[in-house]
Design a protein around this ligand. Structure first.
Ligand SMILES: [Zn+2]
Ligand SMILES: [Zn+2]
Length: 282
């Protein structure tokens, strides 16, 4: 199957990346490793070029358009630099390797805002999203979107492009945590929604109860679904608390199968096909 969104080339694996790749490939899991800024986009290409069944993307995460500290109180806290989506730089990276299968992650994150004027921050994120979408159209690549608390705004922007005959390859909204209505708004314009380990997290008060996100995953048709780990972050159950690894995407697929009452093979086959189709993996 396919982990449609991980960061296997990130610092979290600096001591044992090859071992984690081995463990993942032994289990038959393919990977798309995602860039988030200039240097991680460049290094992702190197790792993809060096391995079978690993592809990569180049992009600028919305949290990287301003300087801020993410997960401030957590073990995996990190600081971001301020970068802008440099079209010329990313265009050269795309030209340099056939392993680059998408532009991303790019998008809008109105949840984790730095301590600045909110309107300014949102405006800057939007400007960068437009640059990324323009390059996606120019290079005829799909986009991997990171969207939090900004689904209506994102759909609006995407519609502008699609209605004017741009963004033919469409894309995927990764780590989807919105409502079923928000998911459908993406499917209606040809975008997939992808689920991470968050969807496996139990309700704190009542572990037997379905969480709102589980209900969304149950209701999203497999035709519009992908699964991912976002590793090293967001470790799924039953490994929560440990470092995430791309093979753990199997647990995300298992949860989807359980919620939908279908075989896990069916979930693996469909999400694989979706990844093949969107990213042209085969
Ligand atoms: Zn993301
Ligand atoms: Zn990510």
């Amino acid at each position: 199957m396919t982990d449609s969104h991980c960061h296997i080339h990130f610092q979290g694996y600096k001591d044992d990346m090859e071992e984690v790749i081995d463990r993942t490939q032994t289990r038959g899991v393919r990977m798309i490793t995602i860039g988030t800024q200039k240097d991680t986009s460049k290094y992702g290409i190197e790792v993809a070029e060096a391995h079978e069944n690993i592809w990569c993307t180049v992009g600028l995460h919305p949290n990287h358009v301003h300087k801020q500290t993410i997960h401030e109180d957590a073990m995996d806290a990190f600081s971001t630099r301020e970068e802008t989506f440099d079209k010329d730089y990313y265009r050269e990276l795309i030209k340099s390797s056939s392993k680059v299968v998408a532009i991303g992650e790019v998008g809008l994150d109105f949840f984790r805002l730095p301590d600045m004027d909110k309107e300014d921050v949102m405006e800057t994120q939007l400007v960068n999203v437009h640059h990324a979408l323009e390059l996606a159209n120019e290079t005829n690549l799909p986009v991997v979107l990171h969207v939090r608390d900004a689904h209506a705004e994102m759909v609006d922007v995407l519609k502008q492009y699609i209605d004017s005959g741009r963004l033919d390859r469409r894309g995927v909204v990764h780590c989807f945590t919105g409502t079923i209505e928000e998911a459908r708004a993406y499917h209606d314009i040809g975008f997939f929604t992808s689920f991470t380990g968050i969807m496996t997290f139990k309700d704190r008060k009542d572990p037997e109860k379905l969480t709102p996100l589980m209900e969304v995953a149950r209701d999203v048709p497999l035709e519009w679904m992908m699964v991912e780990t976002d590793a090293p972050y967001l470790t799924p159950e039953p490994h929560r608390g440990k470092r995430n690894e791309p093979w753990m995407v199997i647990h995300v697929a298992e949860k989807v199968a359980e919620l939908k009452g279908v075989n896990v093979e069916e979930v693996e086959r469909m999400t694989d096909e979706n990844a093949n189709k969107l990213f042209k993996l085969v």
